[in-house]
Ligand binder design. Structure first.
Ligand code: 3H9
Length: 697
């Protein structure tokens, strides 16, 4: 008997307790332990029924994702579940924590299910590019009807216990001690001589004959590029149309198709990458942390207001400072409107609007920041303003307070030098809108203390962010790489491509939009003003990148907000419409630059837009500005819409394109253009020579 599943008895009930911390994932030993336990109790005359329960914080949270792709060992999960379902002894699954994926599927193999009120269950395989491959797509529809099951499996959402009860997924909610409640429920079933109810024997309700066609239509945009959602629809359709065993066969085929796809490999990689990114190599998990009970934010603009909302959403009181009453009022009004709109859409309870507003204390006085445990500055992006703010903060903040800057581009070390406590200073680069975007680039200065890093990384999670630690360099990781795509997009436009062609290639790759549509959304004037402020045209590149962009801005085409940019817009409709006027500007620019326009292929566009980003990623890695290639991927997937089914730029380079292909393409473009921009990064060259990947660094 393995330790992974512990057998015990309470009276005439046999108990199987899964014991595989932290989340009782279905490793081979767990699968074997359940099967053997069910078989042993079946032979045991002193046992009338069986309770299956999880030890520790949760019932089984799914298959062991780390086992996918490795040679199979131990009994297959479908056999384990069939053994349960066919057991001559009645089986009750007792659910707590997060019974997910294969965990919930195992529970659906029991004859009955009870759950604690706090249990949140679901079939989230879609997030791993998979589908429930142990009967979930066949059994759930038999309990809930096809429509509900389809929605639940396609969204992968966590279903609260009360909802699960109302849909028949669980039979009873148990208050208090789960094991006791489960035993009592089992004894009641035995007393009632309840049948061993096999979910496989139930019939599926199909609410509407158009369900599958309509669902395909409704997910078309969101599921673009993903494989799993389409296979999930086919599986649930099979549950409706085929006998159980044939439906199971179909599920298996469609599961294996996904398991061997690069989309799922990317998504499974990403699951662990996101968790790994929260860990800092030289800051051990047990590093003592500073306590954060309250915060302060300087600047109530779009950024500051959004950051304040993150604090309030997490229940952390925050003081919001501005320099004028009008600015403060404006900022608070925007926050309130955001909350009210969320409440109207059903995203939060109406009474919570006031509760959250009450956590945000407005002030015009720096002294009100004296008790804050962390203070984040979100003021105008010039070093002069930052200097004033940090000198002031140094005067008022209590000893040990963490002083953070939300700068997206200025030198965090220089900002830290304006205080007498550079060890307490760190960058927290939120992305706009800060109350929505999950990514947080935390920027480690050369003096930042380890306990400050540990505190900020874990506080980031508390306020609902996905944190990644980066080093001080221009643009940090995300914007530094984005710039590479921007440079080549501008050049390609001058050489012969139009914004709509470049945008389409990037959109088709899987990004939510291309660089020009994105610029129109963000406002073309932002970059224009920065370029105007610079005394000389950029030297770092062979050619200036702003010719077309400047011409467009000179016509007041700032983007969506002015109804025109690289595209025109019939506002309020925000669909970009290609504009012959822009085409003319582009052609004139090419002429002025002495460039004969040529047709540029989609493949060239893709390579020139994305390979330089990978090359820059290599430099970032080599300089230690990102800890690992996975950190870069997490930044790009979360902050910039890199399609998760391609894993992020570095995973894609490692596993789909291949580093040698990228290296050779860089050389090809370098030789054709003579532009040193294309020089492969030394790390890329080295890895190619050694036949290694970025993930090995
Ligand atoms: C499946 O079941 C397929 C079947 O349909 C078909 C089979 C034939 N495997 O997230 P946390 C690790 S697919 C291995 O930080 P939380 C995780 O990496 C699976 N490891 O905690 C972390 O490790 P470390 C369907 C796993 O409390 C530690 O556990 N199931 C797995 O914030 C703690 O995790 C899912 O997709 C796993 N399945 O959240 C559920 N799960 O400490 C995926 C977690 O070394 N998991 N780990 O960094 C989750 O959603 C969350 O982890 C959970 C806990 C909600 C369970």
């Amino acid at each position: 008997m393995s330790d992974a599943v512990i057998r015990s008895k309470e009276g005439r009930i046999g108990i199987l307790t899964v014991n595989n911390p932290p989340v009782n994932a279905l490793a081979a030993a767990v699968r074997a332990g359940i099967k053997e336990g069910v078989e042993a109790f079946a032979q045991d005359a002193s046992v009338d029924a069986i309770v299956l329960i999880g030890g520790g914080r949760t019932f089984i949270a799914g298959a062991d994702i780390r086992e996918f792709g490795k040679p199979p060992s131990g009994p297959n999960l479908n056999d384990v579940i069939a053994t349960m379902e066919n057991s001559p002894k009645l089986i009750v699954a007792a659910l707590h924590g997060t019974p997910l994926g294969g965990g919930l599927e195992t529970a659906l193999g029991a004859h009955y299910r009870v759950a604690l009120p706090t249990t949140r269950m679901g079939l989230p395989e879609v997030h791993l590019g998979l589908l429930p491959g142990a009967g979930g797509t066949q059994r759930l529809p038999r309990l809930t009807g096809a429509k509900y099951a389809l929605e639940a499996i396609l969204s992968g959402r966590h279903i609260p216990a009360a909802e699960a009860k109302s849909k028949g997924i669980v039979d009873a909610i148990v208050e208090g001690d789960l094991l006791k409640g489960a035993i009592a429920h089992t004894e009641m079933l035995l007393a009632q001589k309840a049948p061993r109810r096999r979910v496989r024997d139930l019939t599926v309700t199909l609410e509407s004959p158009d369900l599958f066609a309509e669902t395909e239509k409704s997910i078309a945009r969101k599921a673009r590029g993903f494989k799993a959602p389409w296979n999930i629809i086919k599986c649930v359709q099979a549950a409706v149309e085929l006998p159980f065993d044939e439906g199971m066969k179909r599920e298996r085929e469609l599961f294996v198709e996904l398991l061997t796809s690069s989309e799922s490999a990317a998504q499974r990689y990403y699951f662990f990458a996101e968790r790994e990114a929260a860990k800092v190599k030289d800051v051990p998990a047990d590093t003592p942390q500073r306590e954060i009970k309250s915060g302060g934010i300087i600047g109530a603009g779009t950024m500051g207001g959004g950051i304040a909302m993150n604090f309030a959403n997490a229940g952390v009181p925050v003081t919001l400072l501005e320099t004028s009453q009008e600015a403060l009022d404006r900022g608070l009004k925007t926050i309130r409107t955001n909350y009210e709109n969320t409440a109207k859409r059903g995203g939060m309870k109406a009474e919570d609007v006031e509760k959250r507003m009450a956590l945000i204390k407005p002030t015009l006085n720096y002294d009100d920041l004296k008790d804050a445990d962390v203070i984040i500055e979100a003021v105008f992006e010039t070093m002069e303003v930052k200097e004033t703010v940090f000198k002031k903060l140094d005067e008022v903040a209590k000893p040990g307070a963490i002083l953070a800057t939300n700068t997206s581009g200025l030198d965090v070390n220089q900002i830290a030098s304006y205080t007498k406590r550079p060890g307490d200073v760190i960058g927290m680069h939120f992305f706009s809108p800060a109350n929505v975007m999950k990514l947080l680039e935390n920027v480690r200065g050369k003096a930042t203390e380890k306990d400050v890093i540990a505190t900020v990384m874990s506080f980031s999670k508390k306020i609902g962010k996905i944190p990644v630690l980066v080093g001080v360099c221009e643009g940090f990781v995300g914007n530094r790489m984005l710039r590479m795509r921007g440079i080549q997009s501008a050049y390609m436009m001058e050489e012969g491509a139009l914004p709509q062609q470049i945008d389409k290639v990037i959109y088709d790759y899987g990004f939510p939009m291309g660089p020009f549509a994105m610029s129109d959304l963000a406002g073309n004037d932002v970059g224009w003003r920065i370029r105007q402020g610079k005394k000389e045209k950029e030297k770092r590149n062979v050619r200036y990148t702003g010719y077309v962009a400047d011409a467009i801005c000179e016509l007041g085409r700032f983007g969506q907000k002015t109804g025109a940019g690289y595209y025109k817009y019939n506002l309020p409709d925000r669909t970009p419409i290609p504009d012959p006027e822009v085409e003319k500007i582009i052609e004139e620019t090419s002429k002025k630059l002495g460039i004969t326009r040529r047709a540029i292929s989609d493949q060239e566009i893709l390579e020139r837009a994305l390979y330089p980003m990978v090359n820059e990623g290599a430099k970032i890695l080599e300089e230690g500005m990102a800890q690992r290639s996975l950190d870069i991927d997490v930044i790009w997937v979360n902050g910039y819409g890199w399609p998760v089914y391609r894993g992020g730029p570095m995973w894609w380079a490692d596993n789909v394109v291949g580093l040698k292909t990228i290296h050779d393409a860089l050389l090809k473009y370098r030789d054709a253009s003579g532009d040193p921009f294309w020089e492969p990064a030394p790390l890329l060259k080295k890895l190619v020579q050694e036949g290694k990947k970025f993930s090995s660094v």
